[in-house]
Design a protein around this ligand. Structure first.
Ligand SMILES: NC(=O)C1=CN([C@@H]2O[C@H](COP(=O)(O)OP(=O)(O)OC[C@H]3O[C@@H](n4cnc5c(N)ncnc54)[C@H](O)[C@@H]3O)[C@@H](O)[C@H]2O)C=CC1
Ligand SMILES: N[C@@H](CC=O)C(=O)O
Ligand code: NA
Length: 453
């Protein structure tokens, strides 16, 4: 069978890994795919660097549109990133009848509906295994391996940069900025690293997961997003003392419950924020730039996927897996392919209406609170009284010695409170009141706690 011809748009970290792994494993890949897969054209703004990577046998151009216009190219692989030119190029490739592989989670989380619709109308594939948890085949697992299940929830460490930062801060006591620079040097971080540290990258991935898990449209604008920039070293330390680790988790969960006032809450939670996770859980022990995704299905129970979520060759592994899928199915009737979001596309909009993404105020979880207070009698009683008044029950209280918190002679201390499950909206109201107390001396730290069982 004739090899499929691939055009790469962007040959940076992931593109160069894709070229190298495809070249190294070409014979094995040909046996698996049933035909060769050849990168015959590469576009990059830096043509000299691109040429130095691919050598002489590949056509290198500076204008990505030349790749799309080439009638010999079967598959366009978009590895530029971002929503700007990448979106235009992906839509143009689809319009030109090319199959598309992309690692661009930002693009799919924000413009996925438009892109999947265009691909459906053209009868071409848009494949994106590399976009979520890099080399871990989580898209394939959710879309195919677990397809018999009603997915109940998915929780994952899906940003390598932030997990690397949290691990290095905890283990080596290194500063945030130093570790971030190292993550950038290693090629983990996004072009704009604020996407990593503010939780945006993880939210892009969680958004894509939510669509595949629950058959709803991709709706990044509805995601709750909180990163790790406000975490203090003290919280990492106190969490350890309480038997927890702090991880940035992407969580998406199907929720259905009747509230005390008789109203029903039904929908999908979609949120990214730091979490206290019991230190004994496997996922709490995922360190460095590694990713892990925990999926709870009604039939299978819990399954856990672990591996490298970033970096050149791990991400290339997923890009090439998509290319092999396309090579195997390129001649198939489009109606017989696995739908990109696992559910038949005409069902997505209705499901989105029945299962809306819930506002954060409707999420129920438990909490770690750190409250910097004046070290005087009655402070704890006033705070616990306000929590009780809001219907929030307390699981544990830890009061640090003032000397430990503020040095010798300090008149301030930290109260650490763990709560039982409560509605976020109720917690917001209680914290607003507590924050007003004259004995509360700094903004309250609130970190959600997930037992993940
Ligand atoms: N680096 C990683 O570990 C992972 C990256 N991704 C995603 O993969 C995509 C690529 O990421 P990286 O390889 O890390 O980025 P990168 O910045 O290393 O590479 C991007 C390449 O695109 C080229 N480029 C920029 N504008 C262009 C244009 N208009 N035409 C042609 N080439 C152009 C740049 O010169 C550069 O060589 C992004 O969407 C990223 O989010 C996904 C998973 C992991
Ligand atoms: N910046 C991302 C790269 C992979 O998606 C990360 O750190 O995980
Ligand atoms: Na993946």
């Amino acid at each position: 069978m004739k090899p499929i011809q691939v055009g790469l748009l962007g040959i940076g970290t992931v593109g160069s890994g894709t070229f190298q792994v495809l070249a190294r494993n070409q014979e094995e890949i040909r046996r698996r795919a049933g035909r060769g897969i050849e990168i015959t054209m590469v576009a990059d703004l830096d043509t000299a660097r691109a040429r130095s990577i691919v050598g002489d046998g590949v056509r290198v151009v500076g204008d990505a549109r030349e790749v799309i216009a080439n009638p010999d190219i079967d598959v366009v692989v978009e590895l530029i990133g971002g929503y700007g030119i990448a979106k235009a190029l992906v839509l143009e490739a689809i319009a030109a009848g090319k199959h598309v592989v992309t690692a661009n989670k930002a693009l799919l989380a924000v413009h996925g509906q438009e892109i999947f619709k265009a691909a459906h109308e053209q009868g071409v594939v848009v494949a994106f295994e590399a976009a979520v948890a890099g080399g871990i085949p989580i898209i394939k697992a959710l879309r195919e391996g677990l397809t018999a299940n009603q997915i109940q929830w998915v929780a994952g460490i899906i940003n390598g940069t932030t997990n690397f930062i949290l691990s290095e801060m905890r283990d080596k006591g290194l500063d945030f900025d130093v570790v971030l620079k190292e993550a950038q040097r290693l090629g983990y971080a996004e072009a704009d690293p604020t996407f990593d540290i503010e939780g945006v990258d993880a939210a892009h991935k969680a958004t894509i997961i939510s669509a595949i898990a629950f058959g709803i449209p991709v709706q990044f604008d509805k995601a709750y997003v909180e990163g790790i920039t406000k975490l203090a070293a003290a919280d990492i330390k106190y969490a350890e003392q309480l038997g927890y680790r702090i991880k940035l988790l992407g969580i998406t969960k199907r929720t259905e419950r009747l509230q005390a006032d008789g109203t029903a809450v039904r929908g999908v939670e979609l949120r990214v924020h730091p979490c206290l996770v019991p230190a004994k859980r496997l996922i709490a022990n995922v360190e460095g730039a590694m990713n892990a995704v925990l999926v709870q299905g009604d039939a299978v129970g819990a399954t856990l996927y672990y591996g490298k979520g970033a970096g050149s060759e791990p991400t290339a592994s997923a890009v090439i897996a998509d290319l092999i899928d396309i090579a195997r199915l390129i001649d198939a009737d489009p109606a017989h392919r696995v739908p990109p979001l696992a559910f038949q596309s005409h069902t997505l909009a209705a499901a989105g209406g029945e299962l809306p993404v819930l506002p954060m105020a409707d999420v129920v979880t438990s909490y770690y609170l750190r409250i910097r207070v004046a070290d005087e009698a009655g402070v704890l009683a006033r705070i616990t009284g306000l929590l009780a008044g809001a219907g929030i029950s307390i699981d544990a209280v830890l009061q640090r010695e003032a000397d430990e918190v503020g040095g010798e002679g300090s008149t301030q201390t930290d109260l650490i409170i763990l709560t039982h499950e409560t509605r976020e909206g109720d917690m917001d109201a209680a914290l607003a009141q507590i924050q007003q107390l004259p004995t509360v001396l700094a903004p309250i730290t609130r970190i959600r706690k997930e037992e993940l069982n």
